[in-house]
Write a new protein. Structure first.
Length: 84
């Protein structure tokens, strides 16, 4: 891991106690055409709960695939990997 990653992780941990500032992650469900933004720390639980309640546990709802690119870019920016 990059040394900076430790700091990023610690900062994100601090944010968990300030729920208003937790980054929201878009999830999509192609079956019922649901789109929602869920606080990062609740994404997995929310997706699992949605699938269990509405789709008999089928893993149809998931994090919006587009977000992974944005997240990767954002993490790279935060780590300073895009500078210089
Ligand atoms: Zn659904």
């Amino acid at each position: 891991m990059f040394p900076e990653a430790e700091e990023l992780y610690r900062v994100n941990g601090d944010l968990e106690s300030m729920t208003d500032d937790v980054p929201k992650i878009p999830i999509v469900c192609p079956v019922c055409e649901t789109r929602a933004k869920i606080p990062f720390s609740n994404v997995e639980e929310t997706v699992t709960d949605h699938n269990e309640r509405l789709h008999d546990g089928d893993p149809v709802a998931a994090v919006d695939p587009d977000v992974f690119d944005h997240l990767a870019d954002q993490v790279a920016v935060d780590l300073g990997l895009l500078e210089g």
